[in-house]
Ligand binder design. Sequence first.
Ligand SMILES: Cc1cc2nc3c(=O)[nH]c(=O)nc-3n(C[C@H](O)[C@H](O)[C@H](O)COP(=O)(O)OP(=O)(O)OC[C@H]3O[C@@H](n4cnc5c(N)ncnc54)[C@H](O)[C@@H]3O)c2cc1C
Length: 455
Amino acid sequence: MNDGMNRRDWLRKLTASGVAAGLGSCAAHSVWAQNPGESSGFQSSIINSDELVAERASPSIENGRVIQPARELPVLHDTDVLVVGGGPAGICAAIAAKRAGADVVLVERYGHFGGLWTGGLVLLVIGHIVKGGGQVCQGIGEEMMRRLDKLKGAIIDRRPGVAPTVDAEAVKYLMVEMIEEAGVKVFLHCWGVDAIVNGDQVRGAVFESKSGRQAILAKTVVDATGDGDVYAMAGASYERRSHNVGLVSRIGNLDRTDASQAQGGAKPRHLGRATPVPGINWVNMHGPEVDGLDVEVLTRMEMNHRKFIWRNMQRTRSIPGYDQAYLVETAPQLGVRITRAMHGLKTITLKDLKAGTTFPDVVGVGGAAGGEHGPWQIPYGALLPTKVDNLLAAGRCISAEMRMADLVRLIPNCFVTGQAAGVGAAVAVRDGCTPRNVAVPEVQKILREQEAYLG
Ligand SMILES: Cc1cc2nc3c(=O)[nH]c(=O)nc-3n(C[C@H](O)[C@H](O)[C@H](O)COP(=O)(O)OP(=O)(O)OC[C@H]3O[C@@H](n4cnc5c(N)ncnc54)[C@H](O)[C@@H]3O)c2cc1C
């Protein structure tokens, strides 16, 4: 190495000249491995490890208690709107905020977008319609559906009044495309572990990743974690709820089964519903009602469900005519339905749904499974916490009474609350106020410009 050039400069120079081309440099190497295994064609280089280690302040044991000392955190980014969670709500929030003119950072704990929709293999999109067949989920959610329609093998049953089923990989792909088009700055593999709070104002969040513990500062934060992790850490008031926790799976070769052979004998159970991939079904699972925030419960659910799914598949394969069926995959993400519901300035209630209550601060309209309910309005106040400020919630963890939880959490309704939260956050930044002080008519105007349906 030359004098006066440190290893980082040296590596940068090599990379720029194309000599140290890595996977990102497609001109020099195919992105595919040349061999079925990884036996050749790859090399690793030493990276200056000092760069990766933030200031260390390891916990110690004092009087039998583990104590974490105070330490300064590196600031990874400073932005207008920080969206935590890249599920259906978070993706819509990030795109909506960016389209409304804000600088947006989206942070996601896993390596893909879509949340339970993709990682949880929840492929059936219920809740975009209401009694009589009217479609209430429009805006960015509907744009996603239209774009999935144009991709081969990405969606089936996309007809008026019917709940369509998607392919998870197509959704993951489309979400990357839409987030990139919008110009949202993304950090994947970042787990939000704390909120940064000044007085009662949320000013960002702290993340753990392979790069260590870092902070992202923001003028406004949207909690789209599904579990309300950010508002809980920020000190907002909420209700903790138990719900059914299952594990979704996909099974294959169903086009090679012969039900006639099984006649009179055992019948296969849990064969699920068709997906856009021929011969492959997705199999939902209800699971027991448990606390989806208890790590020991989550561990037990994963292990028990995995055993159940595998054994059920073996049983199916032992039935004449079904020996070719196989387990394609279990969802990488456990099926946690509801955990926290925020105490909001307003709360979505069954009484209001039944009465058809309208709200002056309506920012969306919710649908139902099979369209068995009429339209129910979503007030902006259901996205705003009672206690802390500068924060909006979106998706399945907003303010709704328990009887409404199963409607609020449906994927299209999460698109709707995500888009509303994103626009609310962007307007707050633009007008230099907090989300609870924004001019709601301005939020409604931008939502309509973004083709959202407000009734
Ligand atoms: C088993 C099951 C079956 C279902 N069936 C249907 C159905 O048939 N039809 C339907 O419409 N809906 C169904 N649902 C509901 C629907 O899938 C979810 O309610 C919906 O995906 C919620 O969207 P969301 O964006 O609010 O949250 P999620 O989809 O949970 O997304 C939250 C995102 O935030 C990320 N995240 C969480 N915590 C953190 C953190 N601390 N830091 C960083 N990132 C974080 C997660 O990784 C995830 O990507 C089902 C749900 C389950 C569990």
